[in-house]
Design a protein. Sequence first.
Length: 316
Amino acid sequence: MTSPGIANWPTPARLTVGIVSAGRVGTALGAALERADHVVGAVVARSPQSRSRAARRLPESQVLDLAAVAARSELLIISVPDAALSAVIADLADSGAVRPGTIVAHTAGAHGVAILEPLTARGATPLALHPAMTFVDSDDDITRLRSACFGVTAADEIGHAVGTSLVLEMGGEPVAVAEKARPLYHAALAHGANHVVALVSDAVAALRIALEQSVGEGFSAADPDPLAAGLPERILGPLVSAALQNVLELGPAALTGPVARGDADAVAAHLAALGAADPDLAETYRAMSLRAAARTDAPPALIDVLTGSTHRRGDL
């Protein structure tokens, strides 16, 4: 079986790549593919920020419109927000610019290849290549791809082999994800990554309040300034990093602290302190403690503390 732009199928030859559009993910993948000797010939970059990012990460790529990028690409990567994906695919199909045999890959975590059907019907090879990584628009984005897993979904074995090869060339680890499993796969990643950000941000906020309350309470000249920028983060950093490493290695057995010990009095004191600082922090702590307690042999007294006053913030 042969296809334009492909030699020694199913291992991709050096491909001319198009990126739609020049966001954090698309340009990081483009840079990683160029390191593997593919050529990013053109990108779609409509905003000033996108054009600046394309110039920085893909300086030899031309900035063209959607149809022009698609027409000259052997591998077309669609890396747009999930809400815009269907519309971009429809525009590409209507343009007729995607040639039969073009490999078309999107990076949306929650979708497989079914969403690419308008292009598959025109002879494209569909792929879903989702890097399980967060992107913050720094050089670390590209470096982290080398240690990231990619959720790979394809229409057939040949497509899967092509997707797997592309991921390996970027230094990532390909992981097969079934079409029907994509929403749950993506939910798991969002729950694990996005909610960690929210959780740690809450912890930083609570710790900052505690440090502010400690001003003037007998600190010596050698003690850190409790109001110093970054002190809450420095305190939490080693603890959170160790907890993350432990849970990835040990699973729920890594749980420590008052919930793991079944210490109802300590948890009640935490809820009271958090409620005085910010009732929303207390409710988040309560919800997460209930999830943690579900993974332990929690005593009834602890469950009573966590459930008995859920709607009585004023009692905290």
